[in-house]
Design a protein around this ligand. Structure first.
Ligand code: AMP
Ligand code: ZN
Length: 117
């Protein structure tokens, strides 16, 4: 069910502390941890603790948590001293989403191209 922990979801398990992660920030509703396969000098994922399949679904169902997620992404960027950075929400497998639990990628510390690949 939407919002309920999913047995087969990696990020639900990380949120529950069942799988370890390199946590950098935590709030009542969100968790930020370093990506296991960083694509930039700073690459942190910010997830809601509740399960929704993507960022838009989260925002539709729980807008306050979606706002908190974005606020936390900014806090991560500040703590990592990123002057410029990118917040990415891959949505759908064609766009590169591999974990179907909403998450923001906070990436920075190197130059970035536009448009993204
Ligand atoms: P996406 O491809 O947008 O769904 O992003 C999923 C991200 O999760 C990828 O960047 C992976 O490197 C990252 N990832 C996968 N497993 C783990 C893990 N156990 N801990 C931290 N990051 C992970
Ligand atoms: Zn989940």
């Amino acid at each position: 069910m939407v919002g309920e922990p999913q047995d087969d979801c990696l990020f639900c398990k990380i949120a529950a502390g069942q799988i370890p992660a390199d946590v950098v920030r935590e709030t009542e509703t969100t968790l930020a941890f370093r990506d296991i396969s960083p694509q930039a000098p700073t690459h942190v994922l910010v997830i809601p603790k509740v399960h929704h399949r993507d960022a838009a679904s989260l925002a539709a169902a729980e807008p306050a948590i979606a706002a908190e997620l974005l606020r936390e992404a900014g806090q991560v960027a500040g703590e990592e001293k990123l002057e410029s950075y990118r917040i990415v929400f891959n949505t759908g497998s064609g766009a590169g989403q591999t974990v179907f639990h909403a998450h923001a990628h906070v990436m920075g510390g190197r130059g970035m191209q536009w448009p993204p690949g």
